[in-house]
Design a binder for this molecule. Structure first.
Ligand code: SF4
Length: 366
């Protein structure tokens, strides 16, 4: 397989793509297998480039809980809405303003007068706090290990006293374990997200391979990166191996980004956390450490929220996030649920499986 290893400037080479397609057929499994990735960017590349059409018969690749907007629980959304309605400036990423909470979205709260602002980074939210010293400014922090170091960095950089973080950050490896520990859905292997893996390193997935005997391959985001990673996974399945392999060595190392890991460990502690549509997962969230409690919006403001209804009637987001269904299994897909009028969170963000399938006309098999 070494002749097909991806070198620089070869990431969209048709000859290599044909070689990888042949390789996929060579490693075609005897029985049907389900491979799960947890990354909206992977889903976009797979759908946009029609990669499912190259998979051997019987190989399914599904998106699990890889969209941070989709898994942010209604309780946190409702808390952010209440803080904004009480007069705080709430800053967050664009997609989060459109996700339905129990009553309203943040965008609807803004339409009724609340001060909700879209930012591109936590540092921008700090700037909003510096520019408005008389107001409380809350950064509603969502995302996985990729975005959490940025939040940690601003928390540790002496932000102004009126700056707070509402942490809804989530961790990927505990979610993979939860997918395996749930009711029996045979998952033959995981494609690990390249960007998360640059932070946590390939070694972070060893527990999946060693304890649960499920192979993991770290994958980049070019179409050939993904085909190559799937070929490595299928080869492990055929050879009945369960190891962690790194198909994205140009960006991911075994140990990951130690400085980012240090920032995360200094600012946050792992905690049990609700994933929308999935439930409470042990150790799958990040809580702000006691030393930084003065900037923790959960502790600074007394806000009561109920654990909200996590999905609209008829919405199959939970099953999609657990890789037990594909978006087109949902009777609401496309009518009435569309990116312009989303019924569930999987249709809101550009990384949500339903949103991706709607935009690229994806099907389980072509
Ligand atoms: S199509 Fe809409 S309603 Fe159906 S699972 Fe996706 S987000 Fe939920």
């Amino acid at each position: 397989m070494t002749d097909l290893l991806l070198g620089p400037f070869s990431l969209r080479d048709p000859a290599r793509a044909r070689g990888l397609a042949s390789l996929l057929q060579r490693y075609a499994p005897k029985d049907p297998v389900r491979i799960v990735h947890v990354c909206g960017t992977h889903e976009m590349a797979i759908a946009q480039h029609g990669l499912r059409s190259l998979l051997p018969r019987g190989v399914e690749v599904l998106e699990g809980p890889g969209c941070p907007v989709c898994v942010t629980p209604t309780g946190d959304l409702d808390r952010a809405v209440k803080l904004a309605e009480r007069g705080a400036i709430v800053c967050t990423f664009g997609d989060m303003t459109r996700v339905p909470g129990t009553r309203v979205t943040l965008a609807e709260a803004r339409a009724h007068g609340a001060d909700v602002r879209v930012v591109l980074s936590p540092a921008e939210a700090v700037e909003v706090a510096r520019a408005n010293p008389e107001r409380d400014v809350v950064f509603f922090a969502v995302g996985f290990e990729t975005t959490a170091p940025g939040t940690a960095a601003v928390l540790l950089d002496s932000p102004p006293a009126n700056f707070y973080v509402l942490s809804s950050h989530r961790l990927i490896p505990p979610a993979l374990v939860a997918l395996l520990a749930g009711p029996p859905v045979p998952i033959a292997g995981f494609l690990a997200p390249g960007h998360v893996s640059t932070v946590i390193g390939a070694r972070a997935y060893r527990v999946i391979a060693e304890r649960y005997h499920v192979p993991v391959v770290v994958a980049g985001f070019e179409p050939l990166d993904i085909l190559y990673a799937i070929a490595l996974l299928l080869r492990q399945v055929r050879e009945e191996r369960a190891e962690v392999e790194n198909a994205y060595p140009r960006a991911v190392s075994e140990e990951g980004n130690l400085r980012a890991q240090e920032l995360l460990a200094t600012a946050f502690a792992p905690s049990d956390a609700v994933w929308r549509g999935i439930g409470r997962l042990p150790g799958a969230g990040l809580s702000i450490r006691d030393e930084l409690a003065r900037h923790d919006a959960r502790r600074a403001f007394s806000v009561r929220v109920e654990e909200g209804e996590e999905k609209a009637p008829g919405c199959l987001c939970s099953e999609v996030l657990l890789a037990r269904a594909v978006p087109t299994d949902c009777p609401l897909f496309g009518d009435p649920c569309t990116p312009l009028s989303p019924v569930g969170p999987c249709m809101v963000g550009v990384e949500g499986a339903c949103n991706v399938w709607y935009r690229y006309g994806e099907r389980p098999e072509l």
